[in-house]
Design a protein around this ligand. Structure first.
Ligand code: ADP
Ligand code: TZD
Ligand code: MG
Length: 555
């Protein structure tokens, strides 16, 4: 005989799930123990949201669903923000939660950690299923995997009742019930006429632009995309997590002339990027009203979401870009020389302006001077994963720290969410074995800060750099009561990690900052650098101040 506990572990192993991120408790403690005993790596967290964020980014990095395991009720709800964030960002993950007695839940008789979890999860997940008997575990996990990785990836909720885990069934029936999904993320070949429409538009484009999104990074079509960009000579602009898909130093990168290219392109190719708030919805002063779009996306319902799309190409990026390159005759696409020249002039001007800011050496440090130092260290370590969240801490890092390899930059993404930092850092280290530098606002860090214990417990090569300006956006003036955005002044975050055996640094100038980042990377030990930033340095909401609602009274 076997039981639900064993079958869940067998099903996960059969499907190549090597790691589970979770928080233990009733009714899943024995499930976690058994998984570990059977050779699955179990990473135990301090809060389910961080375990969920770890699973989500593991999915992004591996194209396999990352798995998060939680207890019922509140533990499940803690994980739900991460599931929603995964869905919003198109990351494949599966949140597996144990659940209490259905009969008691449905009559609301007050069970331990009682919650109708399936109903709660549905609005926030790409799909949600419940398994009510052990013989359905195999097929239930197969459905969850298909849902997570097919088409536009997303977060899937899988509810497993405590009763299912404990129910026994005979080995033969159990074996037969397991399923390996065949081709769960099938290629989606674009319609030939959609490729012809795109070619027709590109052929006459004088000022074309390619926008690379994290969908393009996820798709792992790195060579095909490079080939398309370099053959056509079209300038490209990476969205933040697509930085490094082509190196930031590539001569066709138009990142340093962003507003110029967005405002002046006649044809824009959206490659795995949505026209959402991060691109001002394709509207307003940033954009030209006459811009025409080619959008390559796996999800047909993304087309025409914000602006009419003249040439939609619905398909997976690898197949679509391959078809597009095959359809283009040599020299058929030719950005005008005036366009390339105008971009290059603006780039040079902006790069020179930034170099000046990076060179300045104010005391205390500001975001530019501190990140100028970090930029130099990281330029020599393209293999390092960079996790990044905050407001000013996010905006300045995105602009200053160059990436030169794909999928190395992991950040707040589509939701602008705080709290992904330690979860993403842990999963990047666990999944890849590579060093991670998490560049964090002091507020952003606080949302997942307790996971430094997890980082120390598993001896992960994670260096946390806190750009500490004493608050959300900036610090409070001396001798004032706490404002809604201010924190304790002169806080020493470096001392926190020492409590768990990690290495703390307190740095007040660029030289000691460079040395500390270098030492963290060289040692491979859990390291936390408290980097003192001028509390007046930040601006409200960083680069997105305009999104704050304004009362008519203030105008
Ligand atoms: P960014 O924030 O970098 O602009 P988004 O998350 O807004 O990127 O957009 C990613 C897009 O990529 C989504 O619309 C998603 O449907 C699409 N996508 C994800 N994976 C693939 C794939 N393999 N092929 C094509 N499109 C994809
Ligand atoms: N809560 C969540 C989950 N996500 C959010 N984005 C916010 C709150 C609001 N918020 C931002 O948009 S940025 C930010 C918060 C709280 C923190 C900014 O402070 P920081 O960065 O210290 O992290 P800077 O460098 O001081 O700007
Ligand atoms: Mg701050």
């Amino acid at each position: 005989m076997t039981d639900g506990f064993h079958l869940v572990v067998d099903a996960l192993k059969l499907n190549g799930i090597e790691t589970i991120y979770g928080v233990a408790g009733i009714p899943i403690t024995d499930l976690a123990r058994l998984a570990q005993a059977e050779g699955i790596r179990y990473i135990g967290f301090r809060h389910e949201q961080n375990a969920g964020n770890a699973a989500a980014i593991a999915g992004y990095l591996t194209q396999k669903p990352g798995v998060c395991l939680t207890v019922s009720g509140p533990g499940f709800l803690n994980g739900l923000v991460a599931l929603a964030n995964a869905t919003t960002n198109c990351f494949p993950m599966i949140l597996i939660s144990g659940s209490s007695d259905r009969a008691i839940i449905d009559l609301q008789q007050g069970d331990y950690e009682e919650l109708d979890q399936l109903s709660a999860a549905k609005p926030f997940a790409k799909a949600a299923f419940r398994i009510n008997r052990p013989q359905d575990i195999g097929i239930g996990l197969a459905r969850a995997i298909h849902a997570a990785v097919s088409g536009r990836p997303g977060g899937v909720y899988l509810d497993i009742t405590a009763e299912t885990l404990g129910t026994v069934l005979d080995i033969e029936t159990a074996k037969k019930s397991l399923v390996i999904p065949v081709d769960p993320a099938p290629r989606q070949i674009p319609a030939p006429e959609s490729i012809q429409r795109a070619v027709a538009l590109l052929e006459h484009a004088e000022r074309p632009l390619i926008i690379l999104g994290k969908g393009a990074a996820y798709a792992r079509a790195d060579h095909e995309i490079q080939d398309f960009v370099e053959r056509t000579g079209i300038p490209f602009l990476p969205m933040s997590m697509a930085k490094g898909l082509l190196p930031d130093g590539h001569e066709q990168s138009a990142a340093a002339a962003r507003s110029y290219v967005l405002g002046n392109a006649d044809v824009v190719v959206l490659l795995g990027a949505r026209l959402n708030w991060l691109l001002s919805h394709g509207k307003g002063p940033l954009w030209s009203e006459t811009t025409q779009y080619i959008q390559i996306d796996i999800d047909p319902t993304e087309i025409d979401s914000n602006r009419p799309i003249a040439a939609p190409v619905v398909g997976d990026i690898k197949s679509s870009i391959t078809a597009l390159v095959d359809a283009l005759k040599p020299g058929q696409v030719h950005p005008s020389e005036a366009w390339i020249h105008a971009i290059s002039v603006r780039k040079q001007k902006n790069v020179a302006r930034m170099a000046e800011r990076l060179r300045a050496n104010p005391d205390p440090m500001n975001f530019s001077s501190a990140l100028g130092a970090v930029r130099e260290v990281l330029a020599k370590r393209p293999d390092v994963y960079v996790v990044n969240e905050g407001a000013n801490a996010l905006d300045f890092t995105r602009n200053i720290v160059d990436m030169s390899l794909p999928r190395k930059r992991l950040d707040s993404g589509t939701w602008g969410i705080m709290g992904i930092g330690m979860g993403y850092a842990i999963a990047a280290a666990v999944e890849t074995g590579m060093p991670v530098v998490a560049i964090e606002g002091d507020s952003a860090f606080g949302f997942s800060g307790m996971e430094i214990e997890t980082i120390c417990r598993y001896h992960l090569p994670v260096t946390i750099l806190i750009l500490n300006n004493g608050g959300i956006y900036r610090g409070d003036p001396e001798d004032s009561d706490p404002s809604p955005t201010g924190f304790v002044r002169n806080a020493r975050y470096d001392k926190l990690i020492e409590a768990f055996g990690g290495v703390g640094y307190h740095v007040t100038n660029t030289e000691s900052l460079s040395n500390a980042v270098q030492a963290g990377l060289d040692s491979g030990r859990p390291t936390l650098i408290n980097c003192v930033i001028d509390p007046t340095a930040g601006t409200e909401s960083g680069h997105i101040q305009s999104l704050n609602p304004k009362s008519a009274l203030q105008q």
